[in-house]
Write a protein that binds this ligand. Structure first.
Ligand code: COA
Length: 380
């Protein structure tokens, strides 16, 4: 299993739980509720519910007693989603949920008058897997249980992470040329087979990175076969099936095998054998999103790479279309052009791999992808 921390450019955005600043949280000033205390049948308990004008408006339009709505905000404040959930449940005949805590008690001035107009229909919120109202206890089983094991093992290893930007302009061109001819053979050519093959070619020069280390950290095995695990997102969670002997396979064979594994992963039919024996791992989180990802090692392997999302961004190039040097930029001999870029992050087991080796490996991999014709000379 493999896990990553994703880092979005410019930081992450958090979901706002309360209403807008222009929508200040105020106590509802006029809600009456019959007291439940015996012998007080004639009395009413005046309860002040913390909420916002917007929520009070919805309550009023739908004739909702706010004291009956469970508030999930601070101090039991009734949020907009609380009242929407209440209305949704009411529509389905689901009993009301009690308030989380006693509402703030203070005398209030006047009861709410009945609404003059008909209640405004509220569209049901899109169903999302949000725990609302009642806490849920979910056992950690199956794929998730395996993830616990592998992440616990990875925690014992000191990781080093190294990041680089790759220009995909040439690879994009090559892929578009190959894609249709491969499609005629029923082969889907995404960028993954190209990145996998480039990694395998680079590993031929750095066999110490296609390796596993024993638990006592007394021995490293440099593997002859490049058995490259590919992290895949499935409905049941993350799985990492393995493409075997990549060093001996053509691009078409890699693409076909990847497709077979991806189909099996999505159907949940991967076998134990297809998930074992990896010597190196790649994870393309960019197909989902994110510009950078920090990958976590699949112990006992010593290296893993994670790819971010392809982006088109401005970069300086010289008159030959190559990345411009600082001098060329300063001398006005460079211009800004759009470039297709992807970030890669390599994590390695720093107990047995040093940063310089990772950087040199990354440089070779980068060269293959930025000048894909160079892969031809090294293909077997
Ligand atoms: N940035 C932008 N687009 C990308 C991309 C990237 N990094 N990687 C792939 N794409 C594009 C592909 O080119 C393809 O577009 P196309 O149909 O126009 O060619 C599309 O996204 C879908 O690609 P996909 O079917 O996912 O194939 P793939 O070979 O690129 O990736 C997997 C295969 C299995 C790696 C991928 O489907 C997946 O599961 N990724 C998630 C891995 C993950 O969860 N990692 C996290 C580990 S914690």
């Amino acid at each position: 299993m493999v896990d990553i921390e994703t880092v979005a450019a410019g930081g992450t955005t958090g979901k706002k739980l309360v209403n807008e600043p222009s929508d200040p949280v105020l106590p509802a000033s006029s809600h009456y509720k019959p007291s439940s205390a015996a012998g007080q049948s004639a009395a009413v308990s005046l309860e002040k519910v913390l909420t916002t004008p917007a929520v009070r408006k919805i309550a009023k339009e739908n004739q909702v007693d706010l004291t009956q709505v469970r508030g999930t905000g601070p101090k039991g404040r009734v949020l907009k989603e609380d009242i929407l959930l209440y209305l949704q449940n009411r529509g389905r005949g689901i009993p009301n949920l009690p308030p989380v805590s006693a509402p703030v008690s203070s005398p209030v001035s006047a009861p709410v008058s009945a609404p003059a107009s008909a209640p405004t229909p509220i569209s049901a919120p899109t169903p999302v897997p949000v725990v609302s109202g009642v806490d849920q206890r979910v056992p950690i089983r199956g794929v998730q249980r395996l993830m616990v094991k592998s992440m616990t093992a990875a925690l014992q290893v000191q990781h080093l992470t190294y990041c680089e930007e790759i220009n995909f302009d040439a690879l994009k061109q090559l892929r578009s040329e190959l894609k249709s001819s491969m499609a005629k053979r029923n082969i889907k050519l995404s960028y993954m087979p190209l990145m996998i093959k480039a990694a395998s070619l680079a590993l031929l020069q750095f066999p110490q990175l296609n390796a596993t280390v024993n638990s006592e950290v007394t021995e490293v095995v440099y593997h002859a076969n490049h058995n490259i695990g590919v992290a895949m997102d499935t409905a049941k969670g993350l799985v990492v099936p393995v493409l075997r002997s990549v060093q001996a396979k053509s691009l078409a064979e890699i693409a076909q095998e990847l497709q077979v594994l991806q189909d099996a992963a999505l159907k949940g039919t991967l076998t134990e054998a297809q998930l074992q024996g990896g010597t190196f791992t790649l994870s393309n989180i960019g197909s989902i999103g994110g510009t950078y990802a920090v990958p976590v090692l699949v112990v006992p392997q010593v290296m893993i790479g994670a790819f971010g999302r392809l982006q088109t961004l401005p970069r300086y190039v010289n008159s030959r279309g190559q990345p411009a040097t600082v001098e060329q930029i300063e001398d006005g001999e460079a211009q800004v052009c759009p470039a297709t870029l992807m970030n890669v992050s390599w994590s390695a087991d720093h107990r047995v791999v040093d940063g310089a080796t990772v950087a040199k490996f990354s440089n070779v991999w980068k060269k293959y992808l930025e000048h894909p014709a160079s892969m031809l000379s090294d293909l077997r």
